[in-house]
Design a protein around this ligand. Structure first.
Ligand code: NZQ
Ligand code: ZN
Length: 386
């Protein structure tokens, strides 16, 4: 096992009716900026629950944080927070609202001239952030219990990630009942995103880490079992609860302790979103199956373990077990309603060179756990995904 530091200060408040407990975790005299997206929380009653829990606190609202939150929109929130002398931020929504709030929290107190530098330096230049919490409404990203975020600068078509130990939420409220109203597309996206998060931390090479491996395999198996149930019975509370906790556990730092990590699928996926507006999870469903096929030799030992423990494949040659496991992974994404080919999103071979050029611009030229995913490997992966 590799050396590691594990640090995660986020308090999780899980279960039915927990939004009412906001009152206990936000200082009574704080001036609060409540941030949300396009309005789903106004339709499903979450907004009303939040407002009633905040009671008499002094509240300002900022709405309109879009999926794949933009720097342009987030900077308007930074201005509003400064003007209104805000002391606490509350994100109410999915990963985009929570990521956006992390950036705002860091940007408000940022010393440099332009907070875009936070993205350029991956968050290494963040030295403080305003305190914030979240009410999660979409299980997918893990943003509710990690210190990372992804922000898009529309004007230059760049989607960049940052993280900082100052950007953990103080608390996150996870009420599975808030997810009953998710559109089918977001249920599928959430399960696929969480699945690929686990794969980025698990599907590398063995370092004798049975605790992390079995945690990861448990999360993958749970997503395979519970994901389709959420599509079939949207108001099954227990199914939603299992998916919600699974997505949080998939990216809160527990399963990445002491193991190598990949993240090449995510980096290529970010370019697909920045250039073509494809949903985050859709990009992962396109890239991951081909990534595993192209890098089969370097991931052979873990692919065999995955085939056996997650998909129960014990018969046939090693190659056939690996091939079947990758096909079953791709079939699972399709079963969740997430298409897995570039052609499904109206992209063809002519779209590949600009994606490679963007990877080069963003210095994504040696990705993966062995830093051997060069631009040429990325090209092969994209060509196989056509
Ligand atoms: O904007 P509203 O009206 O709220 O609607 C949202 C949005 O349109 C809707 N929605 C959310 N909860 C709902 C709901 N609709 C009905 N009922 C509910 N309960 O869902 C749509 C998508 O929301 P979004 O927040 O964009 O989705 P997601 O949670 O998948 O977040 C995606 C973003 O997270 C980043 C992605 O790159 C992308 O920008 N990621 C963040 C990570 C992190 N912080 O660790 C890791 C991930 O790999 C990912 O990169
Ligand atoms: Zn993701």
């Amino acid at each position: 096992m590799l050396n590691f530091d594990f640090y995660n200060p986020t308090q999780i408040m899980f279960g039915k009716g927990r939004i009412a407990d906001l009152d206990k975790v936000i200082p009574a005299d704080a001036r609060v900026l409540v941030l949300y997206g396009g309005g789903s929380i106004k339709q499903n009653g979450v907004f009303d629950q939040v407002m009633s829990a905040l009671g008499a606190r002094s509240i300002i609202e900022f709405s309109g944080i879009e999926p794949n939150p933009s720097y342009e929109t987030l900077m308007q929130a930074v201005d509003s927070a400064k003007k209104n002398k805000i002391e606490f931020l509350l994100a109410v929504g999915g990963g985009s609202v929570i990521d956006g709030t992390k950036f705002i929290a860091a940007a408000i107190l940022f010393d440099g001239e332009d907070p875009w530098a936070i993205l350029e330096k991956g968050g290494r230049n963040v030295t403080q952030a305003l305190p914030f919490g979240s009410v999660l409404t979409l299980p997918a990203t893990g943003s509710e219990m990690n210190s990372g975020g992804v922000v898009t600068r529309k004007s230059i078509k760049a989607k960049m990630a940052f993280s900082s130990r100052h950007c953990f939420p103080k608390f996150s409220i996870l009420d599975p009942a808030t997810t009953f109203t998710l559109p089918i597309r977001q249920v599928g996206n959430g399960a696929v995103d969480a699945y690929v998060h686990v794969m980025e931390q698990y599907m590398t090479y063995p370092v004798n880490s049975p605790v992390q491996d079995r945690f990861a395999e448990g999360l993958l198996t749970t997503l395979i079992e519970e994901g389709p149930k959420a599509l079939a019975s949207p108001e099954d509370y227990d199914v939603r609860a299992n998916l919600m906790w699974c997505a949080t556990m998939a990216l809160n730092g527990v399963i990445s302790t002491g193991v190598p990590q990949d993240w090449s699928t995510h980096m290529i996926g970010h370019e697909l979103t920045a250039l073509h507006g494809i949903d985050h999870a859709q990009t992962l469903a396109i890239v991951l199956p081909s990534m595993l096929r192209i890098r089969k030799e370097s991931k052979r030992a873990k692919l065999l373990q995955y085939a056996e423990r997650v998909w129960g494949l014990r018969d046939g040659s090693e190659d056939s077990r690996i091939d079947r496991a990758i096909t079953m992974t791709q079939d699972f994404f399709e079963q969740m309603g997430v298409k897995t080919r570039l052609a499904d999103y109206q992209l063809n071979a002519g779209n590949i060179p600009p994606i490679l050029a963007a990877l080069e611009t963003h210095r994504m030229v040696s990705l993966g756990e062995k830093r051997d995913v060069t631009l040429d490997v990325s090209r092969q992966v994209l060509e196989l995904s056509l």
